[in-house]
Design a protein around this ligand. Structure first.
Ligand SMILES: NC(=O)c1ccc[n+]([C@@H]2O[C@H](COP(=O)([O-])OP(=O)(O)OC[C@H]3O[C@@H](n4cnc5c(N)ncnc54)[C@H](O)[C@@H]3O)[C@@H](O)[C@H]2O)c1
Length: 270
């Protein structure tokens, strides 16, 4: 159902790789709610071609940008404002990648070059995005910037390895840049901490099926699907959440508040 929540709003959506991507669902919902936006992803991801389908559906242009490159981001923000004909109201950062996870490295055996890459792609890129937006004065007052996080920033999930640190840094950047942009332009900055979700990045984490199942059984509402995460992001881009900023917002069906659930007790007692 559409409520026209983003009518007249302009934005940039990072990270739609394929139909399963959380960013893909956000783009579909943003379109339904009347937003105009530009899609972006790393040049390598573009070659897979899937994003073209989304762009066509949303009547959106695609501007390739490696989110670790300030130069690419400068070009992206300049072009996005030209294409959309003005400043931006929302930005979605839906980016995560760990070479250590990709190569199956355990926490005690991390490659440190790759660790730095994980941090750069999954966390510092968020700082760079806001740095460029601020420098170009690219956002309207009361704009909204959202990045996606995971509870491994606060709790231990052994297979999440260096991504846990990346998410902790990401959430800290949201608070610190949130302060800065809040003061200067009333722009809000938040992270949404999402349930395990069956996407390319999600299922790449070792033992994903087990912790997907575990989280589902722990959460009174069950795991939050990607579509529901998109709904939440839309509410954060809308004018209905203008005083929510510098928060890490749990979107996890209640998982983060649980100690143990009856489903888990039952499973273990069997
Ligand atoms: N899937 C989950 O279980 C889950 C849970 C909580 C949070 N998240 C977070 O949600 C976000 C989106 O992930 P997803 O699950 O939709 O998976 P996804 O694999 O569909 O999306 C990850 C995106 O990051 C992009 N990316 C990687 N390197 C990049 C770079 N250098 N520059 C620009 N883009 C780059 C990829 O191309 C891809 O589009 C990530 O931050 C992820 O950590 C995912």
């Amino acid at each position: 159902m559409s409520y026209n929540l983003l009518k007249g709003k302009k934005g940039i959506i990072f990270g739609a790789l394929d139909e399963k991507s959380i960013a893909w669902k956000v783009a579909m919902r943003a379109k339904e709610e009347g937003a105009e936006f530009v899609l972006t992803n790393a040049p390598l991801a573009m070659r897979m071609g899937e994003i073209n389908k989304l762009a066509e559906h949303c009547n959106a242009q695609i501007i390739p940008a490696d989110a670790t490159s300030v130069e690419d981001l400068e070009n992206l923000f300049t072009q996005a404002q030209e294409i959309l004909g003005g400043k931006l109201d929302f930005v979605l950062h839906s980016i995560g990648m760990s070479p250590n996870i990709r190569k199956g490295k355990s926490y005690g055996d991390l490659n440190y070059e790759w660790f730095l890459k994980t941090l750069d792609i999954s966390a510092l890129s968020f700082h760079k995005v806001m740095h460029v937006a601020e420098k170009q004065d690219a956002m309207n007052e009361w704009g909204s910037i959202v990045a996606l996080s995971y509870i491994a920033a606060q709790r231990v999930f052994p297979d999440y390895t260096d991504m846990s640190q990346a998410k902790a840094v990401l959430e800290s950047i949201a608070r610190n840049y949130g302060y800065r942009l809040g003061r200067s332009k009333k722009i809000r900055v938040n992270t949404v901490s999402q349930s395990p979700t069956k996407t390319t990045a999600g299922t790449g984490v070792g033992g994903f099926d087990a912790f997907f199942e575990y989280a589902d059984k722990m959460s009174p509402l069950g795991n939050a699907p990607a579509e529901a995460c998109a709904d939440y992001c839309i509410s954060l881009f809308s004018d209905l959440t203008r005083y929510v900023t510098m928060q890490n917002l749990m979107h996890d069906g209640g998982f983060s508040t649980m100690g143990i659930s009856e489903d888990i007790v039952e499973m273990i007692s069997k």
